[in-house]
Design a protein around this ligand. Sequence first.
Ligand code: SIN
Ligand code: MN
Length: 271
Amino acid sequence: MLSDTNPLTEAQVAQFRDEGYLFLPDAFSPEEVAALREEAVAIFRTDRPEIWREKSGSPRTAFAAHTYNEAFRLLGAHPRLIRPVEQLFGEQLYMHQFKINAKSAFDGEVWQWHQDYGTWKRDDGMPEPRAMNISVFLDEVTHINGPLMLVPRSQRHGTLDAAHDLTTTSYPLWTLDNDTVTRLVDEGGIVVPVGKPGGVLMFHGNLVHGSAGNITPFPRKIVYLTLNAVSNHIRTPTRAEWIAHQDFTPIEPVADDSLMEFARRYRAAAE
Ligand code: SIN
Ligand code: MN
């Protein structure tokens, strides 16, 4: 069911529509995020087909953890993430993609400049850019450990020509050429939202973004939910179900305190 209360202020909605992104620091408490972070570390230690590794062997991305891990199941249906996106899209949502990006200390590799909707459209047959990327910081994201870089207002240019890069990293990506990025950055600049674990960044499917490698001793784990409007479900999937989901059931948000309750039980069990 759609909520009749709107969590985002008018100013926040305007910022998203104009700039293409919205940053909500402190969306999750240190206790909530500590449980998620520990679970992410445990997941990266396992050997599953849903976990992709860098060329060095260190983890790059763990897909679909919300389907097999209780902490991430609660995060994937959390009202602090679902309600703002329902407000912006005016309809219910399903999970198109769920990933935990490791960006490991010393070994985390680059994510080339791209638009996510470019991939959702070309690889998955998503009709419109009515899916939202939400990142939840599990570690502190700083200017030096491979933060996400965004080009404000670039979403206004629609879906740009891109080339399928299959070689730079272990992960195939539709990437933008240097001239295009230069032109967009001349116009909008680059912003780097940084902050403590528990911060949340939402950005438009056509917002140009990327991140440099992480050669610091500080890991930079971020969870990415891609929430798609149910009516905008993908039409021609080509990727594995655990990368681009084909269950279009609307997400019913869990209780707001459910992740906190989980974190308390988790802590008590560890003591
Ligand atoms: C992405 O763009 O999908 C991931 C970028 C990052 O984690 O730095
Ligand atoms: Mn992306």
